[in-house]
Design a protein around this ligand. Sequence first.
Ligand SMILES: *Cc1c(COP(=O)(O)O)cnc(C)c1O
Length: 358
Amino acid sequence: MNEVQPRLRPVLYNLGAFQTAPVAITSAGRSYLLAANESPLGPLPSVAAAIAAAIGRINRYPDGEVTTLTGDIARWLGTSPERVVVGAGSVAAIQMLFEAVCDPDTEAIYAWRSFEAYPVLAKLAGMRPVAVPLRDERHDLNAMAAAVTPQTRLIIVCNPNNPTGTVVLRGELEEFLDQVPPDCLVLFDEAYREYVRDTSVPDALTLAAGRPNVVVVRTFSKAFGLAGLRIGYLVAHPAVAAEVRKTRLPYSVSHLAQVAAASSLRAEEELLARVERTVKERERVRRALLDLGWSIPESEANFVWLRLNGESADFATTCTVNGLNVRVVPGEGVRVSIGDPGANDTFLEVAAAYQRHR
Ligand SMILES: *Cc1c(COP(=O)(O)O)cnc(C)c1O
């Protein structure tokens, strides 16, 4: 092989492709999808009907400006449409924000371990990724503030944090924001906002008041059950939102996604009732794990985090053998989504059996 290789960006060679493991199924054909923090339930009839009715238009391009839905989201949040930018999934919205700040020789700070998309997006954007280790499974906001340099353009706070489920609270966040230079954006990733029950966790939109550098990103993928349609949004100061909007790929947010999201906002009550059941299951699962002797950080999201360190891969294999699809972070831990009660029971049985043989 002495062919000349086309020259690509060196950063790509060190970037793992985003991979999802093959779906585990038992010999009896059982499979539980607890690896991606999805809603365990399919679409509400009203949302499914809205999508079905919209199919007749898929020969046409969608509304590239996402006008109607942007207005709907703004009204629902009690803010103005100038602040709202819709993307093809919140990851796309985050990528748009990276595109908006990524001049050469700039840095993005985030906690680690956190959402695996952050380092990838930073590197793709040509930014220097600065990963600040968690402390007791939580964001170390003091260390993150101390990591800021004149090159820092973006700081990400994932609250609740994926994969640990832990949160940072209003007081410490306000203190943190007061330390960050006002020309540096702070992104709050609130993908799991709807599952938060701790009232000391602020709605980051309230932190944005009087702070033009605060951006909040949320998604329809989790609590709203639209992961497969790819739709999310960010909320920013109008001057920031106007520039971020320019980075959106033309027509990237599909018509079906726009219609489904609008319909989901109208079905908010039913969807939040589902979320409430998941929250109850989360507490049941965590309590059962604690009773079994596991140490599990409090989770304000729709998953639990098992810090297994060197045992992580072994436990994940045990799960897989039992048809449980979970997320393993090799050498660190295993993240298990809260599913329907039957799936959660199966997981608890596997966790109990594993614990007995440890
Ligand atoms: C699941 C998740 C998202 C959602 O991504 P989408 O692109 O909206 O599906 C965003 N941020 C975090 C931290 C997540 O865990």
